[in-house]
Design a protein around this ligand. Structure first.
Ligand code: ZN
Length: 226
């Protein structure tokens, strides 16, 4: 057997298309959200004008899911704090902690369930920040680092994944985890697929491969540390 988990950051509009794929292949997932930077209504994705001074991913401005649609969109999946405004562990520790907790409280209120997971914004981990999270009852905090032994060697506040979803060794890492009856855990941002069918197709091939494998058991990220 191999346990498989995945998570996706930032609550972007492409999550809606991603969720349709996850449902099709009966995959579980956790979405790491920043409610403080989500608009009231879901944004309309678009491409950046060449001289437009705005953040984009390879020119694509995906935009965020709206607060008013958040519950309906993510209801059947896990949600976790990714900071109210995406503040990293190197921010002043009280400011960091408030950011992490505000997102958690908001999500717990909207979804009416415990949200005890966290993902470090930009992988910005510090030991002091980690201690504050742990003391407040967070069960894990995901980094942007990688390990071949998910959940075995990691401290839960420094939870490393197996790889990014676009890692060229994705399938090799999956097979390696399976060979040791371990956990395969990948993550990413759905905006990385842009509005490009070829990139979406690559992800779908991976989900199909996992769905066809009788040894795969999907778990939630929080199950890694439970
Ligand atoms: Zn992020």
């Amino acid at each position: 057997m191999v346990k498989v988990a995945c998570c996706w950051d930032d609550g972007v509009v492409n999550d809606i298309r991603l969720i349709a794929l996850l449902r099709k292949y009966k995959a579980k997932a956790t979405f790491n959200l920043n409610p403080g930077s989500m608009p009231e209504h879901t944004a309309v994705p678009r491409w950046r004008k060449l001289d437009e001074p705005v953040w984009s991913y390879n020119g694509f401005i995906n935009g965020k899911v709206g607060l008013s649609e958040m519950k309906e969109i993510y209801e059947d999946f896990q949600v976790a704090s990714h900071g109210w405004l995406h503040k990293g562990g190197s921010a002043p520790v009280d400011e960091f902690f408030k950011d992490a907790m505000d997102a958690r409280k908001y999500l717990e209120d909207v979804f009416q369930r415990e949200c005890r997971g966290y993902a470090w914004p930009c992988g910005d981990y510090t030991p002091q920040a980690a201690k504050r999270l742990q003391d407040a009852g967070f069960l894990y905090a995901r980094t942007t680092q990688y390990t071949d032994d998910v959940g075995v060697t990691d401290a839960p506040m420094h939870l490393n994944a197996s790889c990014h979803h676009m890692d060229r060794l994705f399938c090799d890492k999956f097979r390696a985890a399976k060979a040791k009856n371990g956990i395969f855990y990948f993550w990413g941002h759905s905006y990385e697929m842009l509005d490009c069918d070829g990139l979406w197709n690559q992800l779908e091939q991976k989900l199909a491969m996992l769905a066809e494998d009788p040894e795969v058991q999907w778990i939630d990220v929080i199950d890694i540390v439970k």
